[in-house]
Design a binder for this molecule. Structure first.
Ligand code: FAD
Length: 478
């Protein structure tokens, strides 16, 4: 019997796992997909929000601000990209100034530091030359930032794993029932027993909550569509640019990414399908609203579109607590935006509940640091040459768009909780994430996966399940 089973290896479940690994505990993460970071955590705006959006006094506001404050240090510990680039909320008419002021006031009450309303147009222009000429004022939040959501999620999971937390993939939890001293979970890979369950199942969290509790919750998948633009558009803005919610709706943001791209989005459409991540024509058309705030957007540089699903709970609040009518079952539900920002604080909060309940002792061997992938862009010419001499695979370019080498792929495959699929490689190394969207590197990446994992080419998938790329060999059919 495990002490704790966490359902879901998204950023919430992985953050809980890492914080829990600070203690001596027999714990496991069960994930229905083939890898970590396969749910909402892989498709979002990647913004570390400052914290002025959530209602004053809410758990969302508290964990947002805490998570924002933890992120600079955490990114160093986990060796992941993070830039505190700041954000601006753009106000386009005098009549909306009170709304901008309300955001400022709420931010101050939530504990956000260094907020400022700027009305000096010359200063605004200097900060963001591509902001619309219609701008009247901006709310500046220098503590906002951007991360790579894949690296954050993967690094949290990897660090939890190396500190002793078990991860089981392709393991879908199907039902939960109380047993003496805990819970029995039926999964696609057999039954598991545990004293405590942490429900971090994203858009599916209501399903598990409602299996064990009489007090029901309802999560609506709220789809957000995006455009991703090529790297030569990445400097169009220097910060995250938000629209001030107005008569035109909630607006669409424009932000650089830590990898040098630009993203535009998201929409907000409530749907029923918890797997409904296909983009729509109407959704993508709506993204043209971004030009209300940012001029000359280079839309010809769009290289792909994607959508993510917010786990919107009816009361728009994080639900993080042990259930009164289901002792031993801890919810981590309704984790919509700013869930990515809040994840380190969510991890701490849930681990503290478990530490207290299970009376856990400190793990004396806990090591909170990890070394991330080698980023060749950060090396000098001489350092690169020395690396290639020692390990020639770092001289073999596999992805030409992102200049990713075979050495980086080997690292991604062989490090703890390593990549098993094309998407797993993409999230860890960016091979396939560039302009040609994997058109060039797919066969080479497949050959490396085949060679390193010892699996037939016909079993290599894009993203697990039955997403194989090859169905057989031509000659077999002759
Ligand atoms: C459009 C959009 C924009 C966003 N922008 C931001 C932003 O800029 N900043 C920010 O802070 N937040 C943002 N968010 C929110 C943030 O992405 C989420 O709050 C966060 O990723 C949620 O993580 P999670 O681990 O709770 O859920 P998920 O990442 O969805 O993880 C849940 C996991 O549970 C697994 N699972 C589900 N059912 C089962 C089962 N039966 N058995 C086993 N495993 C199961 C899933 O496969 C999944 O891996 C945004 C979200 C969206 C959709």
């Amino acid at each position: 019997m495990y002490d704790v089973i966490i359902i879901g290896a998204g950023v919430s479940g992985s953050a809980v796992a890492r914080e829990l690994s600070r203690y001596k505990v027999n714990a496991c993460v069960l994930e229905k997909e083939e890898d970590v970071c396969c749910g909402t955590s892989k498709a979002n705006s990647a913004i570390i929000h400052a914290g002025y959006d959530a209602a004053e006094g809410s758990l969302m506001a508290k964990l947002n601000v805490e998570g924002n404050q933890i992120m600079p240090e955490l990114s160093k510990e986990l060796d992941i990209p993070f830039e505190q680039c700041g954000s601006l909320v753009v106000c386009l008419d005098e009549a909306s100034l009170p709304n901008l002021q309300a955001l400022y006031d709420r931010g101050v009450k939530n504990g956000v530091e260094d907020l400022e309303i700027i009305t000096d147009k010359a200063r605004i222009r200097e900060m963001e030359p591509n902001l619309t000429d219609e701008v009247v004022a901006v709310l500046s939040a220098p503590t906002a930032g951007i991360v790579c959501p894949f690296h954050l999620n993967i690094a949290l999971a990897e660090n939890a794993y190396t500190n002793g937390i078990d991860f089981k993939f392709d393991t879908e939890v199907e039902s939960i029932e109380p047993i003496e001293g805990g819970w029995k979970l039926e999964t696609s890979q057999g039954a598991y027993e545990t004293r405590y369950v942490v429900n971090a199942a994203g858009v599916y969290a209501d399903r598990f909550h409602n299996m064990v509790s009489e007090s029901k919750i309802h999560i609506t998948p709220r789809r957000g569509d995006y455009f991703l633009l090529d790297k030569n558009a990445g400097k169009h803005v220097n910060r995250t640019i938000f629209a001030l919610p107005s008569k035109y709706g909630k607006g669409v943001l424009v932000t650089p990414t830590v990898h040098g791209n630009l993203i535009i989005g998201p929409t907000a459409v409530d749907i029923e399908d918890k797997e409904g991540t296909a983009t729509t024509r109407e959704g993508l058309d709506e993204l043209s609203k971004a030009s209300l705030n940012v001029k000359n957007l280079p839309m010809r540089q769009v290289i792909t579109s994607f959508a993510g699903l917010r786990a919107h709970e009816d009361h728009h609040e994080f639900i993080i607590r042990e259930l009164e009518d289901a002792p031993g079952f801890v919810d981590c539900a309704g984790i919509e935006s700013p869930g990515l920002t809040s994840s380190p604080a969510i991890g701490k909060m849930v681990a503290e509940i478990l530490r207290e309940k299970l009376d856990l002792d400190v793990n004396p061997d806990f090591n909170g640091t990890r070394k991330g992938n080698i980023d060749l862009d950060t090396l000098s010419k001489e350092e690169k040459a020395a690396l290639i001499e020692k390990e020639p695979a770092y001289g073999n370019i596999i992805c030409r768009c992102e200049m990713v080498t075979e050495g980086e792929l080997l690292d991604a495959i062989h490090r703890p909780l390593g990549a098993r699929t094309l998407d797993g490689i993409k999230r860890r190394t960016r091979a396939g994430a560039g302009r040609c969207q994997a058109g060039f590197c797919t066969p080479k990446t497949m050959e490396i996966l085949h060679r390193e994992l010892g699996i037939p080419m016909t079993e290599i998938t894009k993203s697990g399940g039955d997403s194989q790329l090859l169905v057989g060999y031509n000659k077999d059919r002759i």
